[in-house]
Design a protein around this ligand. Sequence first.
Ligand code: GCU
Length: 685
Amino acid sequence: MKKLFTIVLLCLSALTVQAEDGHSLWLRYKGGNHATVCTNQKKPSPTLVIAQKELSKNWQGDEKIILVQGEGNGKESFTLQRTDEGIQASSATDKGLLYAAYTLLRMQETGEIDQLTTTSITETPSNDIRILNHWDNPNGTVERGYAGSSLWKWDEITPTLKAGKEVKWKNAELKQRITDYARANASIGINATVLNNVNAKPLMLSSDMIGKTASIADILRPYGIKVYLAVNFGSPHGIGDLDTADPLNPEVVKWWQKKVAEIYTLIPDFGGFLVKANSEGEPGPMDYNRTHVDGANMLADALHPHGGIVMWRSFVYASDGGDRANQAYTEFKRFDGQFRNNVIIQIKNGPIDFQPREPISPLFFGLEKTRTMPEFQITQEYTGHSIHTCFLAPMWKEFFGFQSMCSTPKAYGQKLLAGVANIGDDINWCGNDLAQANWYAFGRLAWNEELSSEQIAREFLAQTFTNDPKFVEPITELLLHSRETVVSYMMPLGLHHIFAGGHHYGPEPWCAPKGWREDWLPRYYHRADNEGIGFDRTHNGSKNTEQYPEPLRSLYDNINTCPENLLLWFHHASWNHLMSNGLTLWHNLCGKYEEGAQQAEKFVEVWKQVKPYIDSERYESMLWRLQRQARDAWWWHDACILYFQQFSQLPIPSCITPMQFKLDDLMKVKLPIDNYRAPKPDMLP
Ligand code: GCU
């Protein structure tokens, strides 16, 4: 009887969907037919061996696959084609073939493989360096990380002491996790990673940490990924025995040269440094009356003989420097053309700080003789941590759209794109299963900027969950609407930085603790008063619009042509300002909060309808998040409408859902800042 019961149970479970913890990401291959995978290489490199193994293990077709190395232009480009002999993938390099292998597997999983015919498909990456920026600290915390602790458990990594000498990892599980990380990145074309926080500890450059970095680099290398480090500009006196870090001091220059040589001895293909200098309290050349050029070029010269680069961040602002949106441009524009060719200025997509919507930073256009690279934020510091679903591909596509509106983009050597990672040691990597879509989208867009958000969403969902259109169709829609929804219930019409202080999770447009810098307070950004709301950045105001080339300059400067979704970014508009729908700004503002909250609530319903098509683990883990997101959306709705009403003194339009919260109560909410977790639901109103 017991046996029969077991059999019945087994049959039943075969009918239900497989249990999932999200660890496999978009790489949930069901196992293949042991396909024959040949190569023209007598001694295939470790990278080519990975490509071969992935295909022979996971390819479900029965045709032969031929990997041809040494053909084609461009290091990472590849060509795929069906021939009489089988499917042929060719590339100049083994890396190109690795990408070809993952592309074939993706096409298999999404059903696109039928499109592969005798007409060849060639792919060439849009960016040469597609780089993740981890904001991980050596103590295991992750700045703005919401998916657990750091992946790199530094205490448990065995350092490499001699180049090329493979170390035995004490912690085999950790080694496997880092291998899984490398594989996931390679599968979407990411080929570079900065292991540590831009707020870098000098300790990162100790010989012990360099040895450990080399051990990580050895795991990532066969997957085509180069390692970089963020460095603290004060390191020569932070861990060295110098009493200065003045970039023009010969002892300092020597210190860096020696340090760089030490790194390259252990990591011959080390990528270079990422530097946050003279920003938010970090040390930099200005501490010694030197400039960004002095600092960046000194490091660039130390790295140059080894082929390394410096990614020097433009994220600098001072409390007394005028409009914060102007400052990076003002600071860096005057140095245009003075940086070494292996210095790339890394610029956040917008001029302030990864807000739910920002215009493009004008610095991208201002630096005409200097190499620049965009920095996106994949981790959801300002878009609901790992609780809210906010698919960021549409935001990044919007950025590329802004970029192409002015005829600047100039080619200066290799092209780069950076994204601040949303990865931690949670079993599903990102905390939120749908937030994996942002890691995926970053890689795919860095590889091919032409891909549409929709295609990326579909690919992701089909591979990560199921190919069933009953799931893919509605959830693609959900993902595609999610970013605009978040903008609507948090900061519509160009509002920005009205988050709770410090942790940036909920609304706090009133936040003004004693002693805080004015440019860290929401009122600095929203500027609500009895007349109206918004930041006048026009020629009459902070003159930020003048930093843009035409046609953006005139477009943004004129309140009648400024896109309404950026209105309050560029203009202080009166509460009764008439908008394109014939209703007042106040009415529209309330309406946007309403729209956002209603939409967030719909997401819960959409999700409930796809329950039959996916595993219960991920279904449940997303359900509570979406429910919490909807509740948070109403929290934003009430907090912002009630707070701004104190200035507008206008009645709330009758079409708006009655307030569920009292402003006084909301103003008492204080969440603790946790450096590597999203807030716990019971802390929230
Ligand atoms: C934001 C973020 C910080 C981070 C900084 C940066 O301000 O809140 O945690 O260090 O950006 O990008 O350097």
